[in-house]
Write a protein that binds this ligand. Structure first.
Ligand code: F0G
Length: 352
């Protein structure tokens, strides 16, 4: 077939798969790279901004890129069940790909700290869902222990196949731009994705497919910024629940990505995140979840500080779809105005 067949088929030469690997796919990847001219104008950025809109993956987040590889490899090994801890997106993706593979999925979520859309996904795809009265970090700790002792494959990013799949996001950016960008802005939670993108850019550079490497710019939420602060946070707090993580698994690799590339990892406040979240939706028509907007918040912040020269090309990964967390959108916007079903009243209310 000539149409898109998912990231394993597209990028098999770069992935740890063989003819023997059963490809479990929902045709993830091939997400749009949207040029954001209105946003650039609005924030006074004198170059090109592109949004890698990962919210259009099959379960609405970038996790599907990693999950197709992790679940395919688990299937190849004959595993019958997978397990993960999650702030929501990993569990949605694991549950969907496990369903497709005919495998059982077990997911541990921090109780009361997962956006409802994501919770509904894990449930409807048929996972066994446990709400842990603790943090994501607590849940991941337990999952890792279970993985050591029971016949179940961990599909958190402690599973190396996850990052292998996720690096294909960088390939797609390069394929679309015909080179790497100058800067890549990305939210940081458990710190897997920044690690994966950096690996992807380096793969393409080594193959001679791009002439340069981007500076990797990672962004944590201020109340959940262990990497920026330099120590684990016991009780992380942020409106961006997807990145509410106090002790990221890929901490060292994220720092390495920032340092090797000449980039950095910074923090943005919840107010800055919510400002960027509304801005990208209202001026570009792109609805992402709050955690995703941390990348744009970082870009807004550095633009205001006069960090950039003219003519630079920046890509922001928008990691997840805004529809996963409608509660936050409704909370930060003006409520709809009630009107009676009367033409004159409606016209008046609309201001015509
Ligand atoms: N953005 C979204 C929407 C996420 O769901 C996550 C992570 C990140 C950014 C951060 O990516 O962890 O690779 O640094 N979500 C994980 C989960 C933790 O369980 O769904 P990271």
């Amino acid at each position: 077939m000539s149409c898109w067949q998912g990231i394993i088929n597209q990028y098999s030469e770069f992935l740890p798969v063989s003819d023997k690997t059963p490809v479990i796919t929902l045709l993830e990847g091939n997400t749009p790279l949207i040029k954001a001219e209105n946003l650039a104008k609005e924030i006074g950025f004198k170059g090109e901004i592109y949004l890698k809109y990962e919210g259009l993956n099959p379960t609405g987040s970038f996790k599907d890129r990693g999950m197709t590889v992790a679940i395919s490899k688990a299937k190849e090994k004959g595993k019958e069940a997978v397990i993960c801890a999650s702030t929501g997106n990993t569990s949605a993706s694991a549950a969907a790909y496990a369903a497709r593979a005919g495998m059982r999925a077990y997911v541990l979520l921090p109780k009361g700290a997962v956006a409802l859309g994501k919770l509904s996904q894990a449930m409807i795809y048929g996972a066994k869902v446990l709400a842990v009265k603790g943090t994501f970090d607590d849940a991941l700790h337990i999952v890792r222990k279970i993985g050591e002792s029971y016949p179940v494959e961990i599909v958190n990013s402690v599973n190396p196949y996850r990052l292998e799949g996720q690096k294909t996001g960088a390939y797609e950016v390069c394929d679309a731009l015909e080179d790497a960008p100058d800067y890549h802005f990305i939210p940081v939670g458990n710190a897997g994705n920044i690690t994966a993108y950096w690996r992807g850019y380096k793969d393409y550079y080594k193959k001679g497919k791009v002439k340069k490497l981007p500076k990797m710019m990672g962004w944590q939420a201020e109340g959940a910024a262990p990497i920026v602060k330099g120590f684990p946070i016991k009780n992380p707090q942020t409106v961006a629940t997807a990145i509410k993580i106090g002790n990221p698994y890929s901490w060292k690799n994220a720092l390495k990505a920032a340092q090797e590339s000449g980039g950095s990892i910074g923090a943005v406040s919840d107010d800055e995140i919510l400002f960027a979240y509304k801005l990208v939706a209202s001026c570009e028509g792109v609805f992402c979840e709050p955690a995703s907007a941390a990348s744009v918040a970082g870009l807004v912040k550095l633009t205001r500080e006069g960090f950039f020269k003219n003519g630079e090309r920046v890509v922001c990964t928008l990691t997840g779809n805004g529809l996963k967390d409608p509660d936050t959108a409704i909370r930060v916007c003006e409520e709809p105005t009630d009107v009676p079903p009367v033409l004159e009243k409606v016209v008046k209310e609309l201001g015509f």
